[in-house]
Design a protein. Structure first.
Length: 200
């Protein structure tokens, strides 16, 4: 009976600690958002003259009016288009690169994987000028399509790193049973591996 009370007391203490930590994490997470909302009601230079943490003198709704009437819907539509196209291309390209690296055995698998992972250490900022010149020379400058390429290219290394680790964890028995049923590698990739990645 004493051991039951001790274990119950420990459980209550653990739940209290977890609850306190969760409240603290919520406060830390939502505090910047609260200040962002409060600053959105300030005048144009009020935040610079009176500080970020000071409450606004009055609620200035004209900022929201200016945003909503200034082409915000078009900007949001462009962002959704860029995001959708970039995600689809990124998933497909990364999956096509990760599948042979994770499931096939060939000599260059480890060097290719190492080069791709090493690309994660390249700072994005050093590629800004080359990307700008490339978008100018290809005629894509000032279009939403000039964003898709860089977004996909910068995210491919980390995506391949994650997907390769994920594919290695897929049981090989699934592929073996599919091969017995006459499923080829390409068909297996599109009908089994790619849907598993999309659901994960």
């Amino acid at each position: 009976m004493d051991s039951y009370k001790k274990s119950r007391r420990k459980s209550i203490i653990a739940w209290v600690i977890a609850f306190v930590l969760a409240i603290g994490a919520a406060i830390v997470s939502f505090t910047p958002f609260i200040f962002m909302v409060l600053n959105s009601f300030k005048e144009k230079f009020e935040m610079l003259t009176k500080g970020v943490f000071q409450l606004p003198d009055q609620l200035n709704w004209s900022n929201y009016t200016e945003v909503l009437t200034g082409g915000f819907a078009n900007y949001f539509k462009n962002s959704v288009i860029v995001l959708a196209i970039s995600l689809i291309l990124l998933l497909f390209i990364s999956a096509c690169a990760s599948y042979p690296l994770a499931r096939f055995k060939f000599k260059m698998a480890q060097p290719i994987y190492a080069i791709i992972v090493a690309c994660m250490s390249i700072p994005v900022h050093i590629t800004l000028i080359p990307v700008f010149k490339m978008s100018k020379s290809t005629g894509l400058y000032d279009t939403i399509w000039s964003l898709v390429g860089p977004y996909v290219a910068f995210a491919v290394p980390i995506s391949v790193f994650i997907l390769t680790s994920f594919m290695k964890e897929i049981p090989r028995e699934i592929e073996e049973s599919a091969e017995i049923d006459g499923c080829g590698k390409i068909q297996m990739f599109f009908s089994m591996i790619l849907p598993l990645e999309a659901l994960s």
